[in-house]
Design a protein around this ligand. Structure first.
Ligand SMILES: Nc1ncnc2c1ncn2[C@@H]1O[C@H](COP(=O)(O)OP(=O)(O)OP(=O)(O)O)[C@@H](O)[C@H]1O
Ligand SMILES: [Mg+2]
Length: 135
């Protein structure tokens, strides 16, 4: 990653801060208005998961370059309870707290790259990338 910023997530206002920072970085990278909205939505979803399931954690935002293209990296990291069954958690409609269960599968569809590493009792790290497409 070229440069990165870290936002501690421990309250709803931190989610708003992370969203705004995501939009700022996205704008600098030249993402379309629609993509900026997608980036903000994705940050909200993973930050809300941190707050709901782990109580606290962090969002790391950065710019990345690879083979002539550039994009945003969003990392959501916590030391919460972890996810015992990741394929199950990635299914549409699966929620352990009577939510819609659309957060993680929605985020995966909205981003170009998506990876979850999680260990029960240790925590969860979700790493996502979106590339800028020149027209
Ligand atoms: N950071 C996390 N730590 C522990 N468990 C998590 C975390 N993020 C997601 N999960 C687990 O994965 C499930 C699916 O997450 P997802 O975001 O898709 O749905 P949800 O948060 O339950 O509902 P929604 O996001 O639609 O309001 C959660 O119900 C929870 O069990
Ligand atoms: Mg969720």
């Amino acid at each position: 990653m070229d440069s990165e910023i870290c936002i501690i997530i421990e309250s709803v206002s931190d989610i708003i801060t992370a969203r705004e920072q995501g939009r700022t970085i996205g704008k600098e990278l030249g993402f379309s208005f629609t993509d900026l909205t997608i980036i903000a939505t994705v940050i909200s979803e993973v930050a809300r998961n941190i707050l709901v399931f782990a109580k606290e954690g962090e969002i790391i935002l950065g710019m990345t370059r690879q083979g002539g293209r550039h994009g945003i990296v969003i990392i959501a990291r916590d030391r919460g309870p972890g996810i015992p069954d990741i394929p199950l958690a990635m299914q549409d409609g699966y929620s352990t707290r009577k939510g819609l269960g659309l957060g993680l599968p929605g985020v995966r569809r909205l981003m170009d790259e998506f990876e979850i590493i999680s260990e029960v009792g240790k925590g969860t790290t979700v790493t996502m990338k979106k590339w800028v497409y020149q027209t």
